[in-house]
Design a binder for this molecule. Structure first.
Ligand SMILES: [Zn+2]
Length: 250
């Protein structure tokens, strides 16, 4: 006998899963912001986090959406951004990665993810994860079908203090196969008065990352992930400065 259970979260995800801007752009660049939002439906009570923790970097990439939007506007490039918190399901993890639906994020336990049954885990995969990646795949397919070039760039931000350790790095370019493209970006950023590094503060791991390995490397497309330290993205002026550094290089 097969018991078919319904998720307790059925019908909770009423907002669109993603925002898509400048869909018909012919700029080769497709910007992706998987951690753009900290939105968690009210009925889920911030997954048991207090209000301060639910506003922290664990729930979203602070400032990343503003930076991605500004780049999209300046370059006329397509931008796909998420409308739900990464704590529900992380769009930049393979769907069966252990931290796809995190039980713990950095120093914060996520109580609301502890007791999830498989029906709810699958519901989040089907409702939040699948449509986002299907749309990204379709965007790429459409460009390729038209013979247009494609590059995929994830825009992220990272916390200045991680497990109690301050991080002096200001911007990282994370890559797998796209070494030449990443090197061009690194060279351009290093020409600025910035603390820059390749594959820091994280590395692309095909078992732990989604957008770069799946939509880029596996398809032979240039793909990188940009990480900007989030304390440098806290005002419109600061975001503009970073858009100014990045836009000519992407
Ligand atoms: Zn991120």
């Amino acid at each position: 006998m097969h018991a078919c259970t319904e998720s307790a979260e059925l019908g909770l995800y009423t907002r669109p899963v993603y925002n898509l801007s400048r869909e018909d752009s012919t700029n080769p660049l497709i910007l992706v912001c998987e951690h753009a939002s900290r939105y968690i439906p009210e009925a889920l009570n911030n997954l048991g986090l207090d209000e301060a923790a639910a506003r922290e970097h664990i729930a979203w990439d602070i400032g990343a959406l503003q930076l991605a939007e500004q780049l999209s506007e300046q370059l006329g490039a397509t931008l796909l951004s998420a409308n739900y918190s990464r704590l529900l399901i992380d769009l930049n993890r393979p769907r069966h990665a252990p931290d796809s639906i995190p039980l713990q994020s950095e120093i914060y336990p996520i109580p609301g993810n502890r007791e999830l049954d498989e029906a709810t885990r699958e519901y989040r995969r089907q409702t939040l994860f699948k449509p986002f990646h299907a749309r990204l795949q379709m965007l790429i397919d459409e460009r390729i079908a038209k013979g247009l070039p494609v590059r995929v760039v994830g825009i992220h931000s990272f916390t200045p203090v991680y497990y109690g350790q301050p991080r002096p790095l200001e911007v990282g370019v994370l890559f797998g196969q796209a070494q030449d493209y990443a090197q061009r970006l690194l060279d351009g950023l290093q020409a600025q008065p910035l603390k820059v590094a390749g594959n820091q503060p994280y590395k692309i791991d095909p078992l732990g990352d989604m957008t770069v390995p799946v939509h880029g490397d596996a398809r032979g497309l240039e793909a990188v992930l940009i990480e900007v330290r989030n304390d440098l993205l806290r005002s419109p002026e600061a975001v503009s400065r970073w858009a100014g550094y990045l836009a000519p290089l992407l």
